[in-house]
Design a protein around this ligand. Structure first.
Ligand code: KG4
Ligand code: ZN
Length: 342
């Protein structure tokens, strides 16, 4: 299969049904149907997610092909997320991709969702020179990895409890800001004072993270105010509270990155996943890069969140590295780890 093959990507690991077409490493389309149904439950309901994927997958794939001006017969492969993720959600994408590829007589390539995120800041661009560092910060994962040579990903640290995005979502829930909470906290924090309150920053051995203590301390802080003061704070100081919480998360992430940059001596760092859309994190990362003379790359906003272009692009990277056969006939793996060949 040539490197410039046209690849259809499919992503359905959580609550977004996404399809994209890439050719020669460039995205021709990236379509997405988000499932608003979960907002009223304050988190993703797996059973509802898989049902919604089933309704949406065909229209989303059609839209991605139409937008890219590509016919099914132009496709060289179908790349699909095989894990990690929700079993029922993954099955819809995998079942569709395998059947679609089978019908067209082309390979279906199984892609690790985390590997998709790892390469998401490179879509349409050149790959970094190895070694480089990648920090994945999403609703389900917080992981720091060293990309040692080409495709070898060495996990350096992970969260011991909540993921960074999960912390945003849980704190947003305490503050009645809806789900997902990251974008709402980001927006409010832009007008707030990060020094309003000093929430604790966990610093663990190595590059592991912990966010549950921070979430609990926001809860204790709110409970400690009593009803009247709490109502007043929610009315007048909500942006300050959001800014103070957000600053603690960003401090922990930037601190780990700074240490890892110094200790590994890498010259390039990528920050990816839903939380990489956060304005304060992007600003602090940019400053860190300028101070240390290290190139920092973060995905375009559309590629921070779960999307199918990153899945198709990860397949393109593997094809470009000459890996083809082992990727065919993907099976679902809800607990797939970073660095596992998929
Ligand atoms: O990567 P993603 O779309 O899905 C997972 O793989 O988990 O990430 C979703 C997460 C949610 O927790 C959401 O609250 C968070 O990313 N998020 C943000 C922002 N936008 C999305 N967190 C902080 N600031 C944002 N601007
Ligand atoms: Zn993700």
């Amino acid at each position: 299969m040539p490197n410039d093959s046209v690849i259809l990507g499919i992503e359905s690991s959580c609550d977004d049904t996404a399809a994209a077409v890439i050719a020669n490493g460039k995205a021709l389309s990236s379509e997405m149907a988000s499932q608003r149904i979960h907002a009223r439950f304050g988190g993703v309901v797996p059973e509802l997610a898989s049902r919604a994927h089933q309704r949406r997958i065909v229209p989303v794939v059609r839209a991605a092909l139409r937008k890219a001006n590509v016919a099914p017969s132009d496709l060289a492969a179908v790349a699909v997320t095989r894990g990690p993720g929700l079993a029922g959600s993954l099955l819809v994408g995998l079942g569709f991709a395998r059947a679609y590829a089978f019908g067209l007589g082309i390979p279906a390539m199984g892609i690790n969702h985390l590997e998709g995120h790892v390469f998401s800041a490179c879509i349409g661009q050149e790959l970094p020179k190895s070694p480089w560092l990648c920090l994945i910060v999403s609703g389900g994962h917080t992981q720091l990895a060293l990309v040692e040579d080409g495709l070898t990903l060495r996990p350096l640290g992970t969260t011991r409890d909540d993921a960074a995005g999960e912390a945003f979502d849980k704190v947003a829930r305490l503050l009645d800001l809806g789900y997902p909470g990251g974008p709402a906290i980001d927006r409010l924090a832009a007008q707030g004072d990060p020094n309003f309150h000093a929430f604790p920053r966990a610093r663990l051995a190595g590059y592991d993270f912990s966010f549950s203590g921070l979430k609990t301390s926001v809860l204790y802080y709110l409970n400690g105010l009593g009803d009247e003061k709490r109502a007043a704070l929610m009315q007048r100081r909500l942006p300050d509270l959001c800014a103070a919480f957000q600053e603690a998360v960003v401090d922990m992430l930037i601190d780990a990155l700074e240490r890892a940059m110094t200790e590994t001596g890498v010259r390039e760092v990528h920050i990816v996943g839903g939380v990489s859309a956060n304005a304060r994190l992007r600003q602090r990362a940019k400053t860190l890069g300028e101070t240390c003379g290290v190139r920092i790359r973060m995905p375009q906003p559309a590629y921070c969140m779960d999307n199918a272009a990153m899945i198709a692009f990860a397949a393109h990277v593997r094809l470009a590295a000459g890996q083809t056969d082992a990727l065919d006939h993907p099976v679902m793996e809800p607990n797939l780890a970073l660095g596992t060949f998929a």
